[in-house]
Ligand binder design. Sequence first.
Ligand SMILES: *Cc1c(COP(=O)(O)O)cnc(C)c1O
Length: 394
Amino acid sequence: MTIKDDGHGGGERPETEVVHFGRKPFDQHGFVNTPVYRGSTVLYPTLEALHARTQPYTYGRRATPTTRALEDALTHLAGGTATVLTSSGLAAISTAILAFAQSGDHILMGDSIYQPARVLADKMLKRLGIETSYYDPGIGGDIAKHFRPNTRLVMVEAPGSQTFEMQDIPAIAAAAHARDIWVLADNTWATPLYCKPLALGADVSIEAATKYIVGHADAMLGAITGNARAAKFLDNAKETLGTCPGSEETYLALRGLRTLAVRLERHQRSGLAVAEWLAARPEVDRILHPALASDPGHALWKRDFSGASGLFTAVLKPTSEKALAAFLDGLKFFGMGYSWGGYESLVVPFDPTSYRTATRWQGPGPALRFHVGLEAVDDLIDDLAAGFDRMKGA
Ligand SMILES: *Cc1c(COP(=O)(O)O)cnc(C)c1O
């Protein structure tokens, strides 16, 4: 094989990178995939080796060839220095925050952040003496107005969970770095294929690999990739907190990664087709999807992202709970469930009014978050059209 067997030739296109990064077939007797290494104990051949601890693997929690393959692939894809894997996306968020924040610190989170991160902040971080305040995700460089002398880090997420507000990551990062404040970005929606937060100025990029990287709704996994400045803090948090992923889950993420580019291309195309079809329906008030030209975040998306995934929201006109149930309960292909990023289509109703604090959510009707899967898009549209017919009859 002339292509460097770990894929790090340099200058390859993203579709090639996801296929080749993190693979060394000739370290595995020529087998294409790095197998699942199950292991806790790692043996040292001599007393000298035991004292030196310089062999590539020293303890199962620290690394195995399987976890290192995924770490390497994600580090290179994100353009970072090192990656720490965790047992879930939420564990990636908590581990990343604890890598930097300490008692007496203040941290900032966008109001549209993944909601369980708010629970972490408002309960456990608060108990540890870390105070969190929330900002309007559209704030841009004005984030500086929220800085306090003890502000340690800013969390950004673009587009925001459920409501898909875009964030000006370069403007926020510039303001934060002028004050030595860390910037942590949750990049789950775009994946490292469609957005590279480290190149936009963030210090840390967080992925719920559970979603598109695993891609088949069959494993939980998180990843934290840091730049050179952040890497040692992340490694220290990993060592201290003892976070590590399961072997099988790591393998499933490596397997998912190999097809990420083709899956995302289809999620993007079908997602836009369904979003545009929904936008023209009389039952729909508006669509929240930054890749639509009508979206308020479109210019930022176009500037900073190279693609869109299949997750967006449709806000309906006011309708009864009974009519909404008639729409949702009879759908054939859109399952009702929360964890998206698999091959199948999903829909969930949500209401952010109960937990947003820095911004005010405007209905007028119920909001539905759609994940558009890999089914034929015409079948999906037929399914939704039948749903609107049931709604009318309810
Ligand atoms: C799902 C999700 C997470 C959490 O990932 P889990 O693996 O489910 O813990 C974090 N951030 C975002 C944006 C998510 O969508």
